[in-house]
Design a protein around this ligand. Sequence first.
Ligand code: FES
Length: 108
Amino acid sequence: MENEQSNIESERRNAHIGYRSFDSLLYILRNDLGLQGPRFGCGLGQCGTCTVIINGVAIRSFITPTSTVKSEITTLEGLAKNGVLHPLQQAWIDEQVPQCGFCQNGQS
Ligand code: FES
């Protein structure tokens, strides 16, 4: 049952979507918009794998109801600009930081 709607814009897409007020932002981003940067990890807001940026602030998308988001969302996919990695992304590559890489989106 859909009872709310929103425009969510990312570097890859601008979609008008329907959702229930309690739907997790993480699931809207992943399942409805196909943005695979944020991931489900602990489900408690502690591991950071679901992190996105809203108004310049790192937010745990799994514990954020989509209905509470009224601003631009930046996911891992949106950090690089015009094919150039964000300096932090480049530093991760240069320094070979990732081990398994699962938490990487929450770290950068
Ligand atoms: S799933 Fe662990 S912080 Fe979001």
